[in-house]
Every structure is written in structure tokens, then in C-alpha cells.
Design a protein around this ligand. Structure first.
Ligand SMILES: [Zn+2]
Ligand SMILES: [Zn+2]
Length: 759
């Protein structure tokens, strides 16, 4: 973006002597341009040694100052990126080329596109595509063993077991000694003995597990397309028809349980039939095990998963498998978009409305939108699935840019739950309590009938604010403009923005009074405390990200609920989605208004989506479900829409309001966030930016204003908000604007195109 020195490579190179190249007089050396995975403004030129042949996309080692780094042989960059021609005599040479598949053209184009769209340095985006450096090294090889055809001179029962097992499970197949031993239930010594006796022969084989091939045709009559009802079959056929027919974007719109997954599985099957790779993007890794299972049932093989919890070995295996076309289907979180697919022919974005698709740090991008861009660049279809599609997507359908397939019915016996509001103005809980009389009665009835109930509150910890009853002291984070949240189960105060933790003190640090601290407001742990008092017989489970460590723990907690080892579930948004609890018939939302405060552009939309999802937890089995929304605003459009089950009317109202205000998706927004350790310095830059803002038709620069979280991790923050008409060339404007101001190193400037968060 032009904030760093114009050409740092040149500066660095000046410090070191260049390599001597043997050039005949008048001969021009071969050079190549290499993009490095660093947040630098441009790409660098390097000399190509005579014995090296380089293609676009090749991964290479190159010198950069005193060290060596890995980069990618790149196209000339778009003219928005600065690169100065350098005198070849000063260039350094490429050190070596990796023996790895080159980065596919489509991925390089995508990296450039994302960089231009998000106003990021191309190298910073490239870094997202180079997260697995080990994958550039050759695949490890191991020694495997298979039957040689010779009988050993001496036979023992254990040896016989090994030979029989190998014979039955594929005599041609080589396996590592450990695996053979495990499969036959013997020690590795037995396998070694058979090798020495000449009954097994050694074979050099890949050291990584292969990728089982998903089968496009349904495994049996009970699986696949034959299970679909008429509407679903029609939608599946519609989607499948689009595979191989160039770019298209389709909204697959259906309530939870309407069979969206089964329908897009058939589009995946068609892509596989056509020899294409497929990417399924999911917002949460917690969802993955369930989806992987369903996928395996349909396709006879698990897809390759991609998420932050994978170990290094598995990452390497999958990255390389994708690059070499051996991994056909990947199910992953947003970073899977940057995997080196060579034959990608379909992307499915499940739960497309989820805010979790937005990457909020580093390169700030929305994986849903970038998936559409990647499909468009690659000329293949993208499917966006949701029960509560985002207003952006709905408006794209109305504009004719996206197609829409609707799945109206619920699959099987489950019915939509009855939703009622509990007006807290009329039915207020007692002081220090949070559950209304009506909700308590409903829980009692549910438990008495032998069913399960769930209480939902999207707030971690015990209380959002702790203060001293004697002097009024409030516990604030020293690094952030935020209160410390009490986590009573862990006996500590925690900042939810920077993670700062401190043990909860006995005495007020301000006035020294003991036992004077008071908790204000409820968190999920406090609701659990009240529930335990009110229903002492009930078996409770508290589910929140603080208390569940990792996806495995989450899965286990979900399994306990399914096995009915729990009567009353109390949880944050970790319980909101994806899980089927057939015996859960009541959902109580403790504070339905929580997400509506704060003036976020999408507050109503988000609250609707979240509460709709939570409500869907009730009555997923044969029993009817009931949902109680505790609210001070029973007439708010969100509550009314949930009660009436009228999503489309809500979306219309929402669209009308945004249209009138010129807000997305009818206008565009870009946030520019300045931050730095010194407030004065940040304000100076902000003033400079105000002066430098170019005048243009269709754009308004709002701000600077202190960000709602004006102090975060010790940095002072100020925001600008650009509001433009829809067809405004936002990127060009921002590039010109920010390029005109010199920003000191201590001040960071983050640009968020199409912001989701306004904190
Ligand atoms: Zn005090
Ligand atoms: Zn903090």
C-alpha cells in the first residue's frame, strides 16, 4: 500500500555484495520476479542461475538481506503495486527451486485479486497460501512390507495370523511393519522374523496415508440421491446441472433439517464425476465431525478436513494432496480458500451468513465473498447455503446476480417450534435473578415430563462487570477500554478482548474493603448457579468456550446431551448450531435483547440469525418444541419475526431501512482504523488523513472518532468510516487517500473493506 519504504529489498541488498555472475560482454542476465510472503509493498527481481529453469508459480529460495526466504515466481504485479526496476548488476540470484508442484495460476490470480480488493500487500495474502512450509519438501518415504509368495520354513500361530491377515486384506498391498503388527495383533518382532525368513518383501512406499477416493455414485439404495424427496431431488438436479457450466452463484435456502446438505452433496457428486476437486467451507470447526460423518456415509470415504487444530504432519499431507490432486474434497475453515487446488470445480459455503467467515486480523477478508470471487476467477459454480441468509446474499438474488433454490419442508417428522415472547416488563425476575416465572414453570414442566431443556445466554463468564459496593470501583482491563469479566468457576477476572487474567481479589484494590465486590449482570455461569438452586435435582451441563477445551471436548459434551445424561443445558453460542438433540423440547433465551444494543449495522440481522438458530434446537426429534424469548422489547421486529416465523418479512423491513440509509448492501462501507501506543501520535495521523481526503462524488469520509474500544491491547484506536454509493471505486479512492499520508512506524493503519465489526 506504499507505507513501507519504497523498495526495502534494494536497501537490504545494498548492505551485501552481490553474487558474481559470469556474463559475456553485452549479455543480459535472466531475471525473474519473486513474490515473498511478507507484508512488503511489492515483489522483487532476482537473477536466474544458468542451471535453473523456472516457471510461474515455482517455489524458490532467495536471499533477502542476511537471510534466505521462500517465495513464489510471480507475474508482473498489477500496476497498483510499486516495483522499481533495479540495475541487474545489483541483483542477487535465486538460490534453489523446491521440488514441489508450482502454485497454480488460479491461486496466484486469486492472491492478487484478494490483495487488490482488501487493500493488503500481495505478500501478506501470499502468506495465507504458504502456511505449510514443510509441504514444499519431498514426501517422506518409508519401508513397507508385502507377501513375497514364499512360505517361511518355520511356522508359528502368530506368523500364520500375519500371513492370513495380509492375504485377506490385499496381498499386493505394502504396509509399514507397525501397521501389519497392529492389524494382526502381534509384536513387530513377528513381522521382522517373517521378513528374515523371506515370507515378506520390503518395498519403498509413501510415508503418508493415501486419500480414499469419494464415490460419486451413491453407495447403496439407502444412501445418496434416492433418499431425497421430490423438492430436494429437483434442487439437487438443478445444482448438478450447473457443474462444468462456468461461473454461477446459487443460494440454497432452507430451514434447518430441510436437507440442504444432502442436496449440495449431489452437486459435489457431479463435480467428482467430472473429475473436479471440491471445497466445502464451514464457519466452525466444531461442526466438522458431524458433517465429515455424513459425508462419509454418502461418499464412502471421508473428505480431507482443514482447520486450525490439525497437526503439522496432517497439514503437510493435505496441502500436498490438494496440490497433487490426490485430495478430491476438502471440508475446511476459511483458510482452506488458499489451498493450492489445481482442479477446483465447486465451492460450497455452508452457513453463509456466519460472521465467523470474516477474518478480522492481518489480511481482513470475508471468506464467503472471497469464495464467490475465487469461483468467478476460476469459472465454476459456488453454492451458498443457509437457513437465514444474509441480507447481502438475498439482495444479490433480487438483483439477479445469484440464483436461488428454496427447500421449504422439514425433512422427516420434526416440526418447527412454537416461539413466544416473555415480556420482562410484566414478568420480571426477582432481584439478582434472571429467569422469569413463566420460564421457570416451563422448565419445571419439561423436566417433569422427562424431556431436556436448554437455556441460552450469549455471554461467557459469571458477570460482565464487577464493582466494589463500598467505593464504586469498577474492574477495568489495564490494556483495553473494557471491563474485566468475572469467571467464578476459575476464580479469576478476565478481559475478553486481550485475554488479560487476574485472580479475583478478596479485597477491593481501591479502598481495601474485604468482601465488598459485587457482580453486575449475568453471564452463563451465573445462570447455571440460579438453575442449580431452582432445579437441584436436575443434571446440568454448562457449555461455553471457556469451559470446553477444543473440538473433542465439545463433541463429548454434545454426545452426553444426546445420550440424555443431562437434563438442563446452559450455554453460549457453542450450543446454538448443528446439533440434534431429539429429546430437547424447550429452549429459553435468557436475554433476547443482548445483541440489539450497540448500534451495529447488522445488530438486528445477527440477532435474528442467532436466535433463529438457537430456537431450532427445540423439537428436532418427534416431540414438538417450544421456545421462550425473555425480552424487554416484545414488539421489536426481531421478536415479532421469530414469533410469527416470518423471515422474509423481516428481511424486507431490514432491506427497506438499509436502503433508506444508503447502508450495505445498498451502499458500501470501508473502515480505516488507526492504532498506536501514543494517543497524540495517533491523533496527528488522523488529522493528516482528514486533510488528505480527496473530494469525490458519492463518498463521505466520517470521522475520525475514537473507536468504541478506544484502547485495545495497549494501543489507542481511532476510526474513519467511508460511506459510498454502491458503484463507487472504493479501492482506488482509499489507495490514493492513504498513499498521500506518511504514517510513522509506531502507528498501524488497518483497512477493513465491507466491515462486519465496528468496534
Ligand atoms: Zn472499593
Ligand atoms: Zn484487555
Amino acid at each position: 500500500m506504499g507505507f513501507a519504504p519504497a523498495n526495502p529489498a534494494q536497501d537490504q541488498m545494498a548492505q551485501q555484495p552481490t553474487l558474481d555472475m559470469d556474463l559475456a560482454p553485452g549479455e543480459t542476465p535472466r531475471t525473474t520476479r519473486v513474490l515473498l510472503p511478507l507484508a512488503l509493498p511489492g515483489a522483487y527481481d532476482y537473477l536466474v542461475p544458468d542451471d535453473l529453469d523456472l516457471r510461474l508459480g515455482d517455489f524458490v529460495r532467495v536471499p533477502l538481506g542476511p537471510r534466505e526466504v521462500t517465495g513464489v515466481v510471480w507475474d508482473p504485479l498489477p500496476d497498483t503495486v510499486e516495483t522499481k526496476p533495479i540495475d541487474p548488476a545489483r541483483l542477487k540470484a535465486v538460490v534453489s527451486r523446491f521440488d514441489a508442484p508450482p502454485m497454480p495460476d488460479m491461486l496466484r490470480q486469486f492472491v492478487d485479486w484478494v490483495a487488490a480488493y482488501t487493500l493488503s500487500a500481495p505478500g501478506a495474502v501470499l502468506r495465507l497460501a504458504m502456511r505449510v512450509p514443510q509441504a514444499l519438501e519431498p514426501s517422506p518415504r518409508v519401508t513397507g512390507y508385502r507377501l513375497s509368495g514364499h512360505k517361511p520354513a518355520r511356522m508359528t500361530p502368530k506368523r500364520e495370523r500375519v500371513l492370513e491377515m495380509l492375504h485377506d486384506t490385499g496381498p499386493e498391498l505394502a504396509r509399514p511393519a507397525r501397521e501389519i503388527a497392529d492389524m494382526a495383533g502381534v509384536g513387530t518382532g513377528v513381522v521382522k522374523g517373517l521378513v528374515d525368513a523371506g515370507a515378506l518383501e520390503a518395498v519403498d512406499m509413501p510415508g503418508e496415508a493415501p486419500f480414499p477416493e469419494p464415490l460419486a455414485a451413491p453407495a447403496g439404495s439407502a444412501a445418496g440421491a434416492s433418499r431425497l424427496n421430490d423438492t430436494q431431488a429437483q434442487a439437487a438436479a438443478d445444482l448438478a446441472q450447473r457443474i462444468g457450466q462456468g461461473f454461477s452463484a446459487t443460494l440454497l435456502d432452507g430451514v434447518t433439517g430441510a436437507g440442504k446438505t444432502e442436496v449440495y452433496f449431489e452437486a459435489i457428486a457431479e463435480a467428482l464425476r467430472q473429475g473436479r476437486q471440491v471445497l466445502v467451507l464451514l464457519p466452525e470447526i466444531a461442526l466438522t465431525p458431524q458433517l465429515l460423518k455424513r459425508f462419509e456415509t454418502r461418499f464412502g470415504a471421508a473428505p480431507a478436513p482443514w482447520h486450525s487444530d490439525l497437526g503439522q504432519k496432517e497439514r503437510r499431507r493435505i496441502w500436498r494432496g490438494v496440490a497433487e490432486g490426490r485430495a478430491r474434497v476438502v471440508v475446511g475453515a476459511r483458510s482452506a480458500l488458499f489451498l493450492p487446488f489445481t482442479e477446483l470445480g465447486l465451492i460450497v459455503v455452508d452457513e453463509e451468513h456466519e460472521a465467523a467467515f470474516k477474518q478480522e486480523e492481518g489480511v481482513i477478508y470475508n471468506a464467503r465473498d472471497m469464495a464467490v470471487a475465487r469461483a468467478s476467477l476460476g469459472g465454476f459454480p459456488v453454492v451458498l447455503a443457509s437457513a437465514t441468509p444474509s441480507l447481502e446474499t438475498v439482495v444479490n438474488v433480487q438483483r439477479g446476480r445469484y440464483q436461488r433454490l428454496v427447500l421449504p419442508e422439514r425433512h422427516g417428522a420434526a416440526r418447527l417450534p412454537d416461539v413466544e415472547a416473555v415480556d420482562l416488563r410484566a414478568d420480571a425476575p426477582e432481584r439478582g435473578r434472571w429467569l422469569s416465572h413463566r420460564l421457570v414453570m416451563a422448565i419445571g414442566d419439561t423436566l417433569a415430563a422427562g424431556n431436556q431443556a436448554m437455556l441460552f445466554l450469549n455471554r461467557r463468564g459469571y458477570a460482565p462487570l464487577t464493582l466494589c459496593r463500598t467505593c464504586g470501583h469498577r474492574f477495568e482491563c489495564p490494556n483495553c477500554d473494557a471491563w474485566l469479566v468475572e469467571h467464578r468457576f476459575r476464580k479469576e477476572l478476565q478481559c475478553h478482548h486481550c485475554g488479560t487474567r487476574a485472580p479475583t481479589p478478596h479485597a477491593c484494590p481501591e479502598c481495601g474493603t474485604e468482601n465488598s465486590l459485587a457482580a453486575c449482570g449475568p453471564g452463563v455461569e451465573r445462570i447455571a448457579e440460579e438453575a442449580a438452586e431452582r432445579f437441584p435435582e436436575a443434571r446440568l451441563a454448562v457449555l461455553s468456550s471457556d469451559l470446553l477445551h477444543g473440538p473433542a471436548a465439545t463433541q463429548e459434551a454434545m454426545a452426553q446431551i444426546t445420550r440424555q445424561e443431562v437434563d438442563l443445558v446452559i450455554g453460549t453460542q457453542v450450543v446454538a448450531k448443528g446439533h440434534n438433540f431429539p429429546n430437547l423440547t424447550l429452549v429459553g433465551v435468557v436475554d433476547s435483547d443482548l445483541g440489539l444494543t450497540g448500534g451495529d449495522l447488522r445488530a438486528a440481522e445477527r440477532t435474528y440469525q442467532l436466535l433463529h438458530q438457537v430456537a431450532g434446537r427445540a423439537g428436532r426429534g418427534e416431540k414438538p418444541g417450544r421456545v421462550l424469548l425473555q425480552t424487554y422489547m416484545p414488539h421489536h421486529k426481531v421478536m415479532q419475526a421469530l414469533i410469527a416465523g416470518d423471515r422474509d418479512r423481516f428481511l424486507e423491513q431490514e432491506a427497506d431501512e438499509r436502503h433508506a440509509a444508503g447502508m450495505p448492501p445498498f451502499g458500501r462501507l470501508v473502515s480505516v482504523i488507526l492504532s498506536g501506543p501514543e494517543q497524540g501520535q495517533v491523533m496527528d495521523v488522523a488529522r493528516e488523513l482528514v486533510r488528505a481526503a480527496p473530494q469525490a462524488e458519492g463518498v463521505r469520509v466520517l470521522g475520525p472518532a475514537p473507536a468504541p474500544i478506544a484502547l485495545l491491547r495497549g494501543r489507542h484506536r481511532m476510526r474513519f468510516l467511508l460511506k459510498t454509493v454502491r458503484d463507487f471505486p472504493v479501492q482506488k479512492y482509499v489507495r490514493a487517500w492513504l498513499g498521500a499520508v506518511k504514517v510513522p512506524n509506531a502507528v498501524r493503519l488497518a483497512v477493513d473493506v465491507d466491515p462486519q465489526s465496528f468496534l
